[in-house]
Write a protein that binds this ligand. Structure first.
Ligand code: UDP
Ligand code: MN
Length: 289
């Protein structure tokens, strides 16, 4: 997602960190092409095209850059995700413009059939390794998995599932790793569009009546868009998700540590093993190591 970037110095800085670190580590085989997709508005696209020329000029591999118009995608997306918006959006209504926050959920229906895999990445990332290695993770998907994703590293779903947890004191929902179900974070996502198209279960879960049923069952009301939808269906159907190692999306935000969850925070935040991608979520600075 690459919108309102021309209006925000902060997003421009994040974009530079992300692109420069990605390019510094990127390496591909001769017959491979890195295809970068940006969902953008006209002002951001203009700026993006200019900055990218500079950042990509020394690339040692083949690449393509494609811009998608945010409004055109929203127009396709809205009828598919309208019904789920009221469960997972801020505010009470299903605002047309908020549909774009659910793009990943219906990416398999929005992108042309010839695109069978796509990695969706936030802008507030810093790459410590070759982005090609992330694509290789697709090879480890078990048969039923449609999306590869890292767990959420704050107790946000311990909070959101509060009522369900009260009514089900033995539940793993919202509990910390390694045995609990802490939910997922949408900053780094491997979308196997082919598998998403072929999965009967996944497409059933997109149906408005099934979204409502699960939201009722889990007493769920969120405001984080696609991430809430994936976290909720993952509680019921974990086999749809391939759990990426925490180092692929090492989130740095500590907001929930200081908002009622000091005692349990560390169990969620802890991430062992190498960091491949830092995620400076909630505007958290990324270390310079
Ligand atoms: N984004 C954007 N324009 C905006 C805000 C967000 O394009 O004005 C995109 C960008 O790709 C960003 C992603 O939406 O990385 C998610 O937002 P953010 O990373 O700020 O959320 P956080 O990870 O802090 O929850
Ligand atoms: Mn982010």
């Amino acid at each position: 997602m690459f919108t309102k970037v021309d209006k925000s110095r902060s997003l421009q800085d994040k974009f530079k960190v992300a692109m420069l670190s990605m390019m510094m580590h990127a390496d591909f085989l001769d017959d491979e092409v890195l295809v970068l997709h940006f969902v953008s508005d006209p002002g951001s696209q203009k700026l993006g095209e200019k900055i990218l020329q500079e950042f990509l000029k020394d690339a040692t591999f083949k690449y393509e850059v494609l811009f998608h118009d945010e409004l055109a995608l929203t127009h396709k997306l809205f009828p598919i995700v309208e019904a789920m918006q009221k469960h997972f959006s801020a505010g009470s209504g299903a605002y047309y413009s908020d549909a774009i926050f659910f793009l990943s959920v219906a990416m398999h229906l929005i992108m042309p059939e010839n695109i069978t895999r796509i990695v969706q990445l936030d802008l507030d990332l810093k790459y410590k390794t070759n982005i090609r290695d992330l694509f290789l993770e697709f090879q480890h998907f078990p048969p039923e998995a449609v999306i590869g994703i890292t767990r959420e590293m704050q107790p946000v779903y311990r909070h959101t599932f509060w009522q369900f947890r009260k009514e089900n004191p033995q539940t793993k929902v919202g509990e910390p790793p390694p045995n609990g179900l802490p939910g997922v974070n949408s900053g780094v996502m491997l979308l196997d569009l082919g598998a998403m198209r072929n999965s009967v279960l996944y497409n059933q879960l997109l149906q408005p009546n099934n979204v409502a049923k699960l939201a009722e069952q889990y007493r769920f009301r969120g405001h984080l868009g696609d991430q809430d939808f994936f976290s909720m269906i993952g509680m019921e159907h974990p086999q749809l998700f391939y759990p990426l190692a925490c180092g692929w999306n090492r989130q740095l935000c500590t907001w929930w540590r200081d908002h009622g969850y000091t005692d349990v925070f560390h169990m969620y935040y802890h991430c062992e093993g190498p960091v491949y991608i830092y995620h400076g979520n909630c505007n958290t600075p990324i270390p310079n190591d």
